[in-house]
Design a protein around this ligand. Structure first.
Ligand SMILES: [Zn+2]
Ligand SMILES: [Zn+2]
Length: 344
């Protein structure tokens, strides 16, 4: 059971990843380190294999770290130390890539408050101090698939031409047998591999611009939550195939332009997974543990895109209709009063 903390070499405080500067930063003395040049603690020799602890303990205070079966990084609930659970990031569990957080907590909190206000019908008390405190930055596990698609389609197509000659209107129909052999490669199609996260919600957080995709290093996780994948890359192949299907279809469509009608008679798609990259992508969430609910606030931690819809209170809906009726009534009254005034 290996717990990693990033202690500041200057003052001994726990260092955390700073989304503004993209460095590992010390809140104590202000020291910052470029993560790319730091030694990777995961590569140090593993602790003796004889360890048989069932709990992870905080290296700062000794408290038991609250972790479920997928947690790979979290914050000690006793002393606030940022901890990384090293043995869950090794071997086949080692992420290959990461997009570090670019949006900090204050920005996420501000966005959440705005989201609650925009949902004017949100039950009173939804935006509580507790809920604001529960906003957490989570590195969500994803598989990024490189896919090679070999496609063969056959279609019956027509071109119809109508013209007038003398007294006759002539319709000419040409028939075509269309055959297309297409090779379509997709790179790094993202599919979330976390059981906790709603697939729909995660899909809507896209896109994640890949320019900021970096080789994984554990200090990026310092101060955030991170989970390991719940599903292997093989288990999620059906989902990635389903995801690319509409893109493949619209590509096929684009190759059969210029006809009056096209009727497909056969379509064969063979998708081969060239590679699946294990990546962690940044998401700010509220109610992470209850995310099966529809009303989860989620924000792309790289771009700031917000998805999810605030819950609606039935009482407020009634009040809202009431106020609309009230307003129009008031307007009418004002108008007639002004007209009345004019006649005097
Ligand atoms: Zn320091
Ligand atoms: Zn602690």
């Amino acid at each position: 059971m290996r717990v990693i903390e990033f202690k500041c070499p200057n003052c001994g405080s726990g260092m955390i990843f700073d989304s503004k500067s993209g460095t590992l930063a010390c809140p104590g003395c202000g020291r910052t380190d470029q993560i790319e040049t730091l030694p990777e603690p995961l590569e140090e020799r593993a602790a003796a294999a004889t360890e048989r602890e069932s709990d992870y303990h905080c290296t700062s205070c000794g408290g038991v770290i609250e972790a479920d079966e997928v947690t790979t990084a979290t914050v000690c609930s006793f002393c606030g130390a940022a901890v990384v659970l090293g043995d869950r990031l090794r071997g086949s569990l080692k992420p290959a890539l990461v997009i570090p957080f670019r949006i900090g907590k204050e920005e996420a909190v501000a966005a959440f408050k705005k989201w609650c206000r925009n949902g004017r019908l949100t039950p009173a008390g939804f935006m509580t101090a507790d809920r604001i405190k529960s906003i957490s930055g989570v590195y969500v596990p994803f598989w990024l698939y490189d896919l090679d698609n070999r496609i063969e389609v056959q279609a019956h197509a027509t071109k119809v031409r109508t013209y007038t000659r003398g007294d006759y209107q002539i319709t000419e129909t040409e028939h075509y047998e269309v055959y297309r052999k297409i090779r379509l490669d997709y790179e790094r199609v993202p599919i979330d591999a976390a059981e906790k996260m709603s697939d729909k919600l995660m899909d809507r957080l896209e896109p994640y611009p890949y320019e900021q995709l970096k080789d994984f290093r554990s200090p990026y996780l310092a101060g955030f939550h991170a989970d390991k994948y719940s599903y292997t890359d093989e288990e999620l192949v059906p989902r990635v195939k389903e995801k690319i299907e509409p893109y493949i279809d619209s590509y096929i469509q684009s190759t059969v332009g210029g006809y009056t009608s096209v009727q497909f008679t056969s379509k064969q798609v063979n998708t081969a997974v060239q590679h699946a990259h294990y990546a962690l992508l940044p998401v700010w969430v509220v109610q992470y543990d209850y995310d099966k609910l529809e009303h989860t606030f989620a924000m792309n931690g790289q771009t700031g895109k917000v998805v999810g819809k605030p819950p609606i209170s039935a009482m407020k809906v009634a009040a809202w209709f009431g106020s609309i009726a009230g307003v129009s009534f008031l307007l009418l009254k004002t108008v007639s009063w002004m007209m009345g005034g004019g006649f005097w």
